[in-house]
Structure formats: structure tokens, C-alpha cells
Design a protein around this ligand. Sequence first.
Ligand SMILES: CC(C)(COP(=O)(O)OP(=O)(O)OC[C@H]1O[C@@H](n2cnc3c(N)ncnc32)[C@H](O)[C@@H]1OP(=O)(O)O)[C@@H](O)C(=O)NCCC(=O)NCCS
Length: 179
Amino acid sequence: MLGLRRPGAIGVKAVGPFDLGRLTRLHRSCFEDSWSRSDLAHLLALPGGFGLIARLQDGGLASLEALRGAGFSLCRVVRDESELLSIGVAPGFRRRGVATSLLRASMRRCHEWGAGVMFLEVAVDNVSAQRLYKVHGFEQVGRRPDYYQRANGERVSAYTMRCDLTQHLPAWIDDRDMA
Ligand SMILES: CC(C)(COP(=O)(O)OP(=O)(O)OC[C@H]1O[C@@H](n2cnc3c(N)ncnc32)[C@H](O)[C@@H]1OP(=O)(O)O)[C@@H](O)C(=O)NCCC(=O)NCCS
């Protein structure tokens, strides 16, 4: 599926009022403790809150689904700080650069809205997400014990990670990251 990594194969757009159902389904496909439609609507309505949806322009067999939405990110900007609240890619569309496009577009938009840094939390056992963040300049700055609770009741700690957007925002972001 290398072809999907070619420039322009992934489009990223801001979540609009008609995307709420899709966003809710995408979130559910990525997380055990998924957020409800009203949770997501509330979050998007907060000052500085926004969501992005990524679409694969060339999704092969699953093309219609992929065109409608393969992944999402949710962020909030408060003054000069921002937070990546959630990011996920539907299981069938992973390892094609979708999260990379979403993260880059999220970082760029937060910076445009005035943020100099971005924070996030990631479960200590979520090695794939940690790898994605490290590649994009995030560093571990703290640890939150028992931060998440899994469906089986198990509690999992989280790392807090931070990225200096003014340093890491980048040459590699260009207009193709945001449709
Ligand atoms: C983490 C997640 C968002 C990655 O999405 P993705 O679209 O597959 O990521 P990308 O294809 O852009 O991968 C970018 C890089 O992340 C790392 N990565 C992603 N998935 C990985 C995996 N399964 N194993 C190891 N590294 C992985 C790699 O460094 C990868 O670069 P490479 O493919 O060139 O090696 C996706 O697996 C997901 O939705 N997981 C469930 C939800 C979740 O954990 N969200 C993060 C919460 S903090």
C-alpha cells in the first residue's frame, strides 16, 4: 500500500457539523472507552477546540469507506498551549501514513491558532503511538500513574509528552496536509 503514502493520497479536512456521526464511529473503532456523540459535540464546541478527519483518496477495495473517513484527531488550543486530546485511525487503514498526516495538520493548525507547545497523554504500553509522537518532536516530560482504565478494569499509567511547535513545526508541512 505504499502508493497511499504518495503526496495527495491523504486529504485532511476540519470536522464539520455533518461529520459528527462519522467521528463518533471512528472514535469507537479505535478506543475501548470511546466517547459518545454528545461528548464529542461538547468538546468541539469548547473555545479553541477542533477536530480533523483524514480521507484516503485512493483506498482500493474499501475506497468508499476510506473516502468518507479513515482517521481523526481532536485538539484544543488555550492561549499559547495546545493539547492533542485524541487521535485514531480505523484498524483497516493503519500503517499508511494517515496518523502522520493528521498529527502534522493538527500541529500546524494549533500553531496557527497561537500555540507554541503541544501536550498529549499516551498509555505507557502504547508503543506504536509513542513512536509516532517521537518522530514528530515530542518528548516525555511526566508520568501519570493509573491514568487510563481499560474495559477489564485494569489501570494503566500514561506518559505526558510535549512538543515545542516553534522548533519542530516544520519544513515537512505543506499545503497538501490540509485539504
Ligand atoms: C497509533 C495510530 C494512531 C497510528 O496510526 P497510523 O495511521 O497507523 O500511523 P502511521 O501510518 O502514520 O505511522 C506513523 C509511524 O508511527 C509508528 N507506528 C504506527 N503504528 C505502529 C505499529 N503498529 N507498530 C510500530 N510502530 C508504529 C511508526 O513509526 C510509523 O512510521 P512507519 O510506518 O514509517 O514505520 C493507530 O495505530 C491507532 O489508531 N491506534 C489506536 C488508537 C490510539 O492508540 N491512538 C493514540 C492514543 S495516544
